[in-house]
Write a protein of this length. Structure first.
Ligand code: ADP
Ligand code: MG
Length: 394
């Protein structure tokens, strides 16, 4: 059943609006966000679709393929249990209310998606941004896409309770086909950089997750904070690692605790790699970007120690293939996925050979996904429809 058909079947009416928002890939910028550095991501051609109808009753009705229809009267309290997915759209609604959304009435919302959930492609941000676009259109509220990204992140941080940075929502909102999205996490600004449409991004998902992943993230976060404190004791006068250059850092590196020095070297080097990638792309030299991706992975592996054997194995195989421009772990690390940037000569046959080598070694196939860059969140049907997407909308 298409999204529209399910909407009609569940709510006995047609939706006013259908909005779409893409999943995203972190292209480079590993653990740079909370150190107030930049990060580069790509909106991808996998989308969450949200169909929505404004209703006069003070009620919120939700339909998805993951649970039964959920009806909510009190929009201000997060839900638990099998309906807890509604916290993403409800959180967005609350963030928009704080920004002046008309508070009368409610809505019916149905969701459909081809962004795999929990695979590191940020289905949650795509759900938030598609919801934000749909609500704004149905309630006639005007906010820029960037403001919707901020409102959606606030929803995920405060209503859902996940302390994510701005990458997920920023890229899902600001993506552009043929482009990557650069986000400056200090000034909270985004811009797009041309990539060219002949590149593909491949995801190899290990489906592995370190059992201590949450505490390992917090440990790295704390180590970065401690590195800043030690650097200040060495006379650096900085507020965050993004305030350092590698040149200044190398002069004092030996006076730091060895582990903290490695963590800081990774973040400072990664921030500089992000900016080099930006420059290379602006010069139209996409091929040279690959080297920076491999360097990013080596730094994660050796200095930040957030890689695992499975990710290293994938990157090593990909590095040996001439059709691959670059590859690295994507996301927080300690498991998860590797992304590879390739030209058109890297086809499914090559991806299959990577997957079967991995299976030979680890006894289990990785999830493999080919993506292209895509536009950010938008209305696909209804008021001010700006686009159509070939999909199962029907
Ligand atoms: P991801 O890396 O995919 O963002 P998260 O754990 O942050 O992983 O978000 C996944 C959650 O988002 C799911 O558990 C679910 O609550 C919600 N979600 C994602 N896609 C859908 C969907 N199609 N329908 C309902 N909820 C969804
Ligand atoms: Mg998420």
């Amino acid at each position: 059943m298409s999204l529209k058909e399910r909407f009609r079947a569940n709510f006995a009416a047609a939706p006013d609006i259908i909005a779409a928002a893409p999943g995203r890939v972190e292209v480079i910028g590993n653990h740079t966000d909370y150190n107030l550095g930049p990060v580069i991501g790509a909106g991808i051609d996998r989308h969450v679709f949200v169909a929505l109808r404004r209703i006069p009753e003070r009620e919120f009705r939700f339909s998805s393929t993951v649970s039964d229809i959920a009806t909510v009267q009190d929009a201000s309290t997060p839900k638990s249990g099998s309906d807890s997915w509604v916290n993403y759209p409800l959180g967005v609604y609350n963030s928009l209310l704080r920004r002046g959304l008309a508070s009368e009435g409610g809505f019916e919302l149905a969701v459909e998606s081809d962004v795999p959930s929990g695979a590191g492609l940020s289905s949650s941000a795509a759900l938030e941004l598609a919801t934000a676009k749909a609500i704004c259109a149905a309630f006639e509220m005007e906010l820029s896409s960037w403001e919707l990204a901020i409102a959606s992140r606030e929803a995920e941080n405060e209503f859902v309770g996940v302390p994510c940075g701005i990458l997920d929502q920023g890229v899902s909102a600001m993506g552009e086909s043929g482009h990557l999205v650069h986000i400056d996490c200090r000034n909270m600004e985004s811009s797009v950089i041309p990539l060219g449409r002949s590149y593909s991004i491949w995801i190899f998902n290990t489906h592995k997750k370190h059992s201590l992943v949450e505490s390992l993230y917090s440990e790295r976060h704390r180590e970065c904070t401690e590195a800043v404190a030690q650097l200040n004791r060495e006379g650096m006068d900085i507020a965050c690692l993004a305030d350092m250059t590698s040149e200044r850092f190398e002069r004092v590196r030996d006076s730091l605790d060895a582990t903290l020095a490695n963590r800081a070297a990774h973040v400072i080097g990664e921030i500089e790699r992000v900016e080099r990638v930006r420059t290379l792309l602006e010069q139209g030299n996409g091929d040279a970007v690959g080297k920076e991706l491999f360097a990013s992975h080596a730094s994660s592996r050796n200095l930040f120690e957030n890689s695992v054997e499975e990710l290293d194995y994938l990157v090593d195989i990909l590095e040996s293939m001439p059709q691959v421009l670059g590859a690295r772990l994507t996301g927080g690390g300690f498991g998860g996925a590797v992304m590879a940037l390739t030209g058109e000569s890297f086809t499914e046959i090559y991806a299959d050979s990577v997957a079967s080598a991995y299976r030979g070694r680890f006894g289990q196939s990785p999830g493999v996904l080919q993506c292209h860059t895509a536009d950010g969140a938008r209305i696909v049907e209804g008021a001010e429809s700006s686009d159509t997407i070939e999909s199962s909308l029907g």
